[in-house]
Ligand binder design. Structure first.
Ligand SMILES: C[S@@+](CC[C@H](N)C(=O)[O-])C[C@H]1O[C@@H](n2cnc3c(N)ncnc32)[C@H](O)[C@@H]1O
Length: 153
C-alpha cells in the first residue's frame, strides 16, 4: 500500500515501510514476500532488531551522511589521503533482487575508479574475471589498497 502510494504517507511511515520490508521479508528482499515460521524465531528476530533502536545508535548516525547518488560520484568526491572506502556493490550475475540491473560494465567502471583513488578501500564481491586483471590481481583477495597493489608483481 505505502510502496504503491508513497505520496499519501509521511516520511516516517515510508521509512517504517522500507524497514519492515527489509527486515520482515523472505531473504530480506524488498520485493520479497513476508517471511514466517512456526516457531516464532522470525518474530524474535524482529523484536531484537527493534530493540536495536537505541540512543547510542541515533548518536552514531548524527555524524553520518546518507545520500542517494551514484557510487562513482561518491568515491570521486570523497577521495582524500586518509579516506577509507567500504564498497559493497551488487554482485554481477547474482540475483540482485530489487536493485536488479547492475552489469559487468558497471562493475568494471567501479574497479577503474577504485584504481585511481588516493588511499584505501575494502571491496565485497563474488569471484569475477575482472578482478584478476584489477591492480595486478590483488583484488582477488577481496581487499586492496592502491599503494599495496602497486607493490605486487
Ligand atoms: C550488495 S548491496 C549493499 C548492501 C549494504 N552493504 C547493506 O548492508 O545494506 C548493493 C547496493 O548497491 C546499490 N547500488 C546499485 N547500483 C549503484 C550505483 N550505481 N551507485 C550506488 N549504489 C548502487 C544497490 O541499490 C544496493 O543497495
Amino acid at each position: 500500500m505505502i510502496r504503491e502510494n508513497p505520496d499519501m504517507f509521511d516520511r516516517v511511515k515510508r521509512a517504517w515501510a522500507v524497514w519492515m520490508l527489509a527486515n520482515g521479508s523472505y531473504g530480506n528482499m524488498l520485493d520479497g514476500t513476508y517471511a514466517y515460521d512456526r516457531q516464532g524465531s522470525i518474530s524474535k528476530k524482529l523484536e531484537n532488531k527493534r530493540a536495536g533502536f537505541t540512543a547510542e545508535y541515533a548518536a552514531r548516525l548524527q555524524r553520518a551522511q546518507i545520500e542517494r547518488c551514484d557510487a562513482l560520484r561518491i568515491v570521486g568526491s570523497r577521495d582524500a589521503p586518509d579516506a577509507f572506502f567500504y564498497v559493497d556493490p551488487p554482485y554481477v550475475g547474482a540475483d540482485q533482487g530489487h536493485y536488479d540491473g547492475y552489469a559487468q560494465e558497471d562493475f568494471d567502471a567501479l574497479l577503474r575508479k577504485l584504481e585511481g583513488i588516493r588511499d584505501k578501500f575494502l571491496l565485497s564481491s563474488y569471484r569475477n574475471a575482472s578482478l584478476a586483471e584489477f591492480s595486478g590481481g590483488v583484488a582477488e583477495s577481496m581487499m586492496g589498497s592502491r599503494s599495496g597493489a602497486k607493490e605486487l608483481p
